[in-house]
Design a protein around this ligand. Structure first.
Ligand code: MN
Length: 133
């Protein structure tokens, strides 16, 4: 609640993830932390969903069924209305080559799976904080 007694709008997280167990875990953790969460499993609608939902942060699985997260982040960053939204890779990729590939593709950050909940929340909130001027 702010000083006028109005509830400030919740920050919005879009999850793109094709594993139902991960979706449930991420959603539960983020909703508990007071965030507004929308999750989709189909990477092919990720850009349209980002346009419609206007998230403050996108958590994007790299290994999806029909399209790579690497291709999705390129589409997001090529869209002038979406390019400002931080996109975090949530990935089991661990090798340094893969990390480089992830950052080169346009991701702002990455979180390794399996996630530690404390670190996951810390990373999400760090990415939601307005950039220092
Ligand atoms: Mn996946």
């Amino acid at each position: 609640m702010d000083k006028k007694g109005k509830e400030s709008p919740k920050q919005r997280i879009l999850i793109v993830e094709d594993n139902a167990t991960n979706i449930k875990l991420f959603r539960d953790v983020l909703v508990n932390a007071g965030l507004h969460v929308n999750a989709i499993e189909d990477g092919l609608i990720a850009v349209d969903e980002a346009i419609a939902f206007k998230p403050d942060l996108i958590l994007l699985d790299v290994q999806l069924k029909k399209i790579s997260g690497l291709d999705i982040v390129k589409q997001l960053k090529a869209n002038k209305d979406l390019a400002h939204i931080p996109v975090v890779a949530v990935t089991a990729f661990a090798m340094s080559d893969d990390r480089e590939k992830i950052l080169e593709a346009g991701f702002d950050h990455y979180i390794a799976k399996p996630i530690s909940i404390a670190i996951f929340l810390q990373e999400v909130f760090a990415m939601l904080e307005p950039k220092a001027a």
